[in-house]
Write a protein that binds this ligand. Structure first.
Ligand SMILES: CC(C)(COP(=O)(O)OP(=O)(O)OC[C@H]1O[C@@H](n2cnc3c(N)ncnc32)[C@H](O)[C@@H]1OP(=O)(O)O)[C@@H](O)C(=O)NCCC(=O)NCCS
Length: 267
């Protein structure tokens, strides 16, 4: 059970232990005063703790109003219906979105731009109201900047989600997830996935192979019907493309752009 379930934790106790945790975890934090005055993540979480009281009392509009005010001040949107454990840190914070039915355990750490969002089923609108639509984070979860975690999935205790990942499935405890879509590369300190598949490159390779097959078939057809093909039935632009495919061009670059991409151009 998360310590956050304890009904005895007061707002000031939350503030005190969260400030302590920020000082412990953030090398840039120099003093309690600096943290209290200058950390928008702390401001957003502490205002959420007030809005959540009103939400639980079914004062929904007031709760949303408070959370929208916090969003204006901090750039962090925490729905007042979310359940958040103790010592929750949002570092920098701008662009963080935490949805209504999210559950966050104790000692979790989010960087800027993280979304704990509803899955695609939320597009069904009011049919999914009051159903669990957002992620559950266990205790000690770290989520890197810009990561998207979507749907009623569980990211278990001490899991780490790398920046920029998109996570749509449950994540086992003590693991590290990277990539788009997210894949577990470490579990209990052991590397379990040596090489991450590059989905986009695989897709492009597959398309390229299909195009090559089609080109070969087309050339064979052209050969079979050579006598039926009048040379003037191919316009100049099409001829240029065929020349380019065949490498018969004096243009400055004859490199296949797909090959260039697959070889890592731009990285
Ligand atoms: C995800 C994270 C928690 C994992 O930390 P860790 O367990 O100490 O492990 P590492 O940082 O060494 O990363 C583990 C592996 O994931 C890879 N990795 C880390 N981040 C990645 C990313 N965003 N995309 C792809 N791979 C990534 C590392 O290259 C490393 O691979 P390797 O073992 O083959 O060398 C950590 O990388 C992190 O905190 N990232 C977020 C940082 C962030 O958002 N910073 C913003 C500051 S403003």
């Amino acid at each position: 059970m998360s310590q956050s379930d304890s009904p005895t934790t007061t707002w000031f106790e939350h503030l005190d232990e969260t400030v302590e945790s920020i000082l412990k975890n953030d090398p840039a934090a120099r003093s309690r005063l600096e943290v209290i005055l200058c950390y928008p993540g702390l401001h957003a979480v502490m205002i959420y703790r007030i809005a959540n009281v009103f939400y639980k009392a079914k004062r929904y509009t007031l709760a949303r109003l408070i959370s929208q005010w916090a969003r204006t001040m901090t750039g962090i949107e925490i729905h007042p219906g979310a359940t958040i454990g103790r010592r929750f840190i949002i570092d920098h914070g701008m662009g963080v979105v935490i949805g209504e039915t999210s559950h966050i355990g104790d000692d979790c750490f989010l960087y800027q731009g993280v979304t704990l969002g509803a899955g695609a089923e939320a597009r069904q609108g009011e049919q999914t109201r009051d159903t669990k639509r957002h992620p559950t984070l266990g205790n000690g979860v770290v989520v890197g900047s810009g990561a998207e975690i979507q749907g009623a999935i569980t990211v278990s205790d001490n899991a780490r989600v790398a920046s920029g990942s998109i996570v749509l499935k449950d994540v086992p405890p003590n693991s590290t997830v990277v990539g788009m879509p997210g894949r577990v590369i470490y579990r209990d300190g052991q590397r379990i996935n040596e090489k991450l598949p590059d989905i986009e490159a695989e897709a492009i390779k597959s398309l390229k192979n299909r195009i090559e097959v089609l080109e070969t078939l087309l050339r064979q057809l052209q050969g079979d019907n050579a006598t039926n093909l009048a040379s003037d039935s191919i316009n100049q632009s099409e001829q240029d493309k065929l020349d380019w495919l065949d490498g018969n061009t004096e243009n400055e670059s004859t490199e296949d752009p797909v090959e260039v991409f697959l070889q890592g151009a731009g990285i």
